[in-house]
Design a protein around this ligand. Sequence first.
Ligand SMILES: [Zn+2]
Ligand SMILES: [Zn+2]
Length: 274
Amino acid sequence: MNFSFCPLASGSSGNAYLVRGDEGLILIDAGISCKKLCEYLEALGCGIKDIDATCITHEHTDHIKSLAAICKKHGRMSLLLSKGTDEYLENIAGVESRILMDAENCLQKVKDLQLQCFSLSHDAAEPIGFSVIKEGRKISFVTDTGIITNHIFDSIKDSDTLVIEANYEEGILNMSTRYPYSVIRRIGGSFGHLSNKDAAKTILEVIRYRKTQGVLKPIKIYLAHISRNHNTQVQAYMTVKNYLFEYDIHEEKDFFLNPLDREFNLQEAIMIAI
Ligand SMILES: [Zn+2]
Ligand SMILES: [Zn+2]
């Protein structure tokens, strides 16, 4: 079975992920330029026209930068998004079908891939996160949310691979003089982003849940949307790893942990097994 993904970009300068099954190819967010996206897809052995569906989490530029351009280039793109995001984006040329997802309509099939959405807590019209499931395996993408609600946790707790936001380190954000205080409060607020510690707490609960279900295999964790100003890849990794260590949860035994790079590395263009 082929079920794999590739982070194409992660962070405030752009977000995009590719998920591939045996038949289906899904793009989650289109927050990088069309030129870069085409280049990255080519490195992975596919092109824009091979994409079966594009899922949009919300309307912020770092998630939709090239959406109009790729839909135009594709010509028959299928878009999956919430009603609120759709209203905000209005008419995009080249879209063949738009599937509005919400709590009642949260499951969709794209060829051999099953899509599931859940609501996020973020300062956007109607932000949603996505999970992709194939033959009992599941990957979830949880970024751009200020808090992990019970609804989010229930949607992601049975994931085999978890891409979770670790946007800022609390101490660095609180000391920041880079932005006005209102912006700092927005980032750290319940409609902003997750901190390293928020990510760590969520990962701990997911691992505990897995143990109650008798799942012994380590979960694959990818730390995403890491801030350029209030965090570093090493800081995010260390905060999460150290927090879990306190609870006797260990790397390699219980989890694999990777902080994602902001930009795609053309030299390491590979799909990662889920
Ligand atoms: Zn974002
Ligand atoms: Zn956002």
